[in-house]
Design a protein around this ligand. Structure first.
Ligand code: 4HQ
Length: 249
């Protein structure tokens, strides 16, 4: 996978590329990651990348020529790359979109500032528009980093990339089970005994149970269209029965 981020603030993105899992993946040559400064493709003494809105109105828009130059330069490296524009108008980013993007040869992220980019860039150069959520950022850089971060960990060979994808088929679509580490007692709160029992079947059962109940309490929306597995239905029915017993008179 080849990640390229087009931005007028390349240092922002380079800082992210230089730490953690993405850094390790680059060092192992499983992915490449680079930021390209859009300003390098701007003409004139001042290398201006933005301009006033045609038709009037406040705010600035990113000029098309520097963006076209930067995208063309990025495509020369990996011609198969998908060009992604980060915008609140895009399709909502989620784990399924991350999975889809992780299968691409390369991803080129266009980061807009100000009020966005000239419409003709969207028409001629952009393959995909993605939103990381319904709120307004000051630029696409953080959104691009969010997308890269979610995608890189799914790439085969990247630390945890294979087995975590496997693990997630099991509890996919549910929130994480409760997690504990040492010490066994902290501020008068004990680690659940089952986790210290060494009984792996019981531990897996407990994890599925806490995962399901926590999803019901914290993110009930995730259960709305779920195809429950047999053991999941059993757990939920047992909770229903517990509740029925409490309210029975
Ligand atoms: N912006 N998801 C405006 C976002 C955004 C989002 C990026 C702000 C583009 C021009 N991007 N610029 N939400 O708010 O992706």
């Amino acid at each position: 996978m080849d990640f390229t981020v087009l931005t007028i603030f390349p240092e922002m993105v380079e800082a992210y590329f230089s730490e953690g899992m993405i850094r390790k993946a680059v060092d192992a040559e499983i992915v490449s990651a680079a930021a390209i400064n859009i300003r390098d493709f701007a003409n004139g003494k001042h290398r201006i990348t933005d301009d006033k809105l045609y038709g009037g109105g406040c705010g600035m828009v990113m000029k098309p020529e520097p963006l076209a130059g930067a995208i063309t330069a990025a495509k020369r490296k990996t011609p198969e790359s998908r060009v992604v524009y980060l915008t609140p108008q895009g399709r909502p980013f989620d784990q399924a979109v991350a999975q889809e993007l992780s299968e691409a040869e390369g991803l080129i992220f266009v980061c807009g500032r100000y009020e966005g980019i000239d419409e003709r860039i969207c028409q001629q150069y952009i393959d995909d528009e993605i939103s990381i959520g319904d709120y307004v950022l000051t630029g696409g850089e953080l959104a691009a980093m969010v997308v890269v971060d979610a995608v890189v960990r799914l790439i085969p060979g990247v630390l945890g990339g294979e087995d975590s994808a496997e693990k997630e088929t099991f509890s996919k679509g549910l929130v994480e089970h409760a997690q504990y580490t040492r010490p066994p007692s902290f501020n008068d709160l004990d680690v659940p005994a089952v986790l210290l029992s060494g009984n792996h079947a019981a531990i897996e059962q407990w994890r599925l149970e806490t995962s399901l109940i926590r999803t019901f309490l914290k993110r009930p929306d995730l259960l709305e269209d779920r195809d429950f597995r047999k053991e999941e239905k059993k757990i939920l029915r047992e909770w229903c029965q517990k509740i029925e017993k409490i309210i029975a008179d």
